[in-house]
Write a protein that binds this ligand. Structure first.
Ligand SMILES: [Zn+2]
Length: 317
């Protein structure tokens, strides 16, 4: 019976996913004053690099933003999503990532092939992103307008900037560590992060314990993952001296792009009437590729004419 087979298949997939797929692990202190999350995001950052073929520094920038977005999203509620948009005045100033509570994540920078004059150890992002702002957008279902928060970049290394956003916009003190580890060819070997948030009104001595703990952590999460370490084990040193529990959050993380033809058509509007006219005159089928996931879309000349007419009508209004 086919139907039974499908349901067995689905059951098996669910079981397989829950054992083998990475997910964001969530924790809460037993007195509910501290919450934490941690993730091994190696596969999704690797997938981003595979699709976009990013050079080392853009990989680190987008990877850190993706990990940060996953950690923030895990503290939201069902069907909510968060977007991080870094806008700096440096040559690699724009970095974007978004993640859903349910584990979908994507990331992008237009500076795919950025190369610094020389690579220095530690691959700092500061001088390449420059100074500017971090905007955080939270989408909540059934709310027309997303919630925005924008803060100045404090370090342009992304992690500290997210921490700065949390304190400025939500009065949440936090400890955050984001890591992307590349091999000598610039390929992603591991990526992950941990975020510990202290709820407003918590005593300073609790914060002091957390700060001391984080100073005692000697290796980054990306190094731990590379050594084969378990994410759950990695979060323990951050919460030393605090009783905590892991929460259920059984959503496998995956690289996901919600692009569709409508969005692609809207993107074509930015070309303007003149360029669309040229393409129509040449009877060209426009081939448009989603930059975030690499999915190709063919747009026929008739569609191009439709878009052009729409733009033309707008100029008359
Ligand atoms: Zn896409």
């Amino acid at each position: 019976m086919v139907s039974t087979e499908i349901s067995y298949g689905q059951k098996f997939k669910k079981m397989f996913d829950s054992i083998f797929m990475e997910r964001v692990h969530r924790f809460v202190s037993n007195d509910f004053t501290i919450r934490a999350s941690a993730v091994n995001a190696t596969e999704v950052v690797r997938e981003m690099q595979r699709i976009q073929n990013t050079n080392p520094l853009p990989t680190i920038a987008v990877g850190r933003a993706m990990v940060g977005a996953l950690l923030l999203a895990s503290h939201l509620k069902e069907k909510q999503q968060v977007g991080l948009y870094v806008r700096g005045d440096g040559p690699m100033g724009r970095v974007y990532a978004e993640a859903h509570f349910e584990g979908q994540v994507r990331g992008y920078t237009p500076h795919t092939y950025f190369e610094p004059a020389q690579y220095v150890p530690g691959l700092s992002l500061k001088e390449h992103i420059g100074s500017g702002v971090l905007s955080v957008t939270r989408h909540i279902p059934f709310q027309k307008q997303p919630a925005h928060g924008t803060v100045e970049l404090v370090s342009s290394e992304i992690g500290e900037d997210i921490g700065h956003y949390l304190i400025q916009s939500h009065q949440i003190r936090s400890i955050i560590s984001l890591g992307v580890y590349l091999d000598t060819y610039g390929k992603v070997q591991s990526a992950g992060g941990v975020l510990v948030e202290v709820m407003p009104g918590v005593e300073d001595d609790v914060v002091d314990i957390l700060l001391k703990n984080s100073q005692d952590v000697k290796s980054s999460i990306s190094e731990e993952i590379l050594k084969g370490g378990n994410v759950v084990e990695f979060v323990k040193p951050y919460l030393k001296g605090i009783d905590f529990t892991e929460l259920d959050h059984n959503y496998p993380i995956n690289y996901y792009c919600p692009c569709n033809e409508d969005r692609v058509l809207r993107a074509l509007e930015t070309l303007g009437i003149q360029e669309l006219d040229d393409m129509i005159a040449n009877k060209e089928t426009a081939q448009v590729m989603c930059q975030m996931c690499g999915k190709p879309y063919d747009v026929l000349p008739e569609k191009l004419t439709e878009i052009k007419n729409k733009l033309y009508r707008q100029t008359l209004n």
